[in-house]
Design a protein around this ligand. Structure first.
Ligand code: ADP
Length: 395
């Protein structure tokens, strides 16, 4: 009877998944376009519902979801007490290293970090507060994208600013996608049959980040105080000289916020290609000879490969490289291009294996490759469910 619910509240959406106690999915879905013409996409087994609904805010969204969970045809519970715990995805947890019960104090601390993740944290917090009200007897646990990276040593997370910027303003690298990096790192350890391997995990989706995992712990990661740092992404610049901002503001009178909007939402694959932020679309045009599309793909792969090289140095010895998320899981050609840069590390792909993309983990390196390379589909929701269950001492 005991179940685990996972919620991911975005600015205008609520993604949800209900697991049984063995972490099998009972149902899942998304309520999106909250506030406008809201609609729900709900899956239960092979049945799928898609319809417009009258949901104006997160409060109404949660209440709609609760009604649906109780529905005899579409739901999976009779009483809300069947849900043992709700795990919430929270983007920025500041210096919180562990999952935390969503107490008033913890939420208060989280609000301090809202400025660092203005696009996500406020909605995560609203989602948690509304869920707490709707299910007052069910423990609510926050699982942070940043938590896995709290094991980074100071030399990795400090910026070269005067020290008090860290002390006084908490300016440092936090890193993101931690739940995903942790999940694939654990799975890679299982596949390698090694308890604590050294790994480089590459989460390559719309947002992309690379992490150096030493004996199961994150020791460096490419995203920074915010997700803007690191490799080039679908619409984000990734690493860039901050003086570019000053130059554009002073010399060309750009508006400061406008530049950050451009760097977050109009750059990267989209900005370079001028065509799309989606690798599938860009690849199609590149094949037809579009030079900017070719450049966008090449820049992406080159920058990912440079981080892998840097993290090989940080780890000294690398047992495995893992590709995950939309691009990492589904694009053999991007994986090949990235690995072509890694000859110095002795990385060799088995092309027949690399062509495989699916829902199961697959080893794509050749037998004589010095480092084993995997594609491992990420499962952040499952990881959040496990972490939330662990946080309440099991169910
Ligand atoms: P999000 O960060 O939104 O969760 P995803 O991990 O789902 O992103 O990744 C989305 C991206 O994955 C798309 O923008 C696209 O570039 C890429 N992608 C998805 N499927 C494929 C595919 N079959 N081939 C190449 N790229 C793909």
């Amino acid at each position: 009877m005991k179940k685990v619910m996972v919620l991911n509240c975005g600015s205008s959406s609520i993604k949800y998944r209900l697991f049984d106690r063995k972490f099998n999915t009972l149902l899942h879905g998304i309520i999106e376009r909250i506030g406008e013409r809201a609609r729900i996409l709900h899956h239960k087994g092979k049945k799928r519902m898609k319809k417009e609904i009258d949901v104006k805010n997160h409060k109404q969204g949660i209440s709609h979801l609760l009604k649906l969970l109780h529905d005899s045809e579409w739901g999976a519970i009779k009483r809300v007490t069947e849900i043992s715990v709700v795990g919430h995805r929270v983007v920025h947890g500041g210096q919180m290293a562990e999952t935390a019960l969503a107490s008033g104090v913890a939420l208060g601390y989280l609000k301090l970090f809202t400025l660092l993740a203005p696009l996500h944290n406020p909605h995560n917090i609203t989602g948690i507060e509304e869920t707490k009200k709707a299910m007052p007897t069910v423990p609510q646990v926050m699982v942070f994208d940043t938590a896995f990276h709290q094991t980074m040593p100071r030399k990795a997370y400090m910026y070269g600013l005067p020290y008090h910027y860290f002390d006084k303003y908490a300016v440092r690298k936090y890193g993101f996608h931690g739940t995903s990096h942790k999940y694939v790192a654990q799975d890679a350890a299982r596949l390698l049959k090694k308890k604590k391997p050294n790994l480089i995990t590459c989460h390559l989706g719309a947002g992309s980040s690379i992490t150096a995992v030493k004996k199961g712990k994150s020791v460096d990661t490419s995203m920074g105080m915010t997700p803007l740092e690191g490799v080039m992404m679908a619409t984000r610049t990734g690493d860039i000289d901050p003086s570019v901002v000053q130059y554009l503001v002073k010399r060309y009178e750009f508006d400061f916020d406008e530049i950050f909007d451009i760097m977050n939402n109009k750059s990267g694959l989209l900005g370079i290609s001028g065509v799309s932020k989606d690798v599938r679309m860009i690849s199609g045009r590149a094949k037809k000879g579009n030079e900017r599309c070719k450049l966008a793909l090449e820049m992406f792969c080159y920058r990912v490969a440079k981080y892998i090289g840097a993290y090989a140095a940080a780890l000294k010895k690398v047992d495995g490289i893992v590709f995950t998320a939309g691009i990492g899981e589904n694009s053999p050609s991007m994986r090949r291009r990235i690995c072509n840069y890694l000859e110095i590390l002795g990385v060799k792909l088995e092309s027949s294996q690399n062509r495989k993309s699916g829902k199961k983990p697959v080893k794509i390196s050749a037998k004589d490759s010095r480092i084993t390379v995997f594609v491992i589909p990420t499962n952040e929701e499952l990881m959040i469910a496990r972490e939330a269950t662990r946080a309440i001492g099991g169910i």
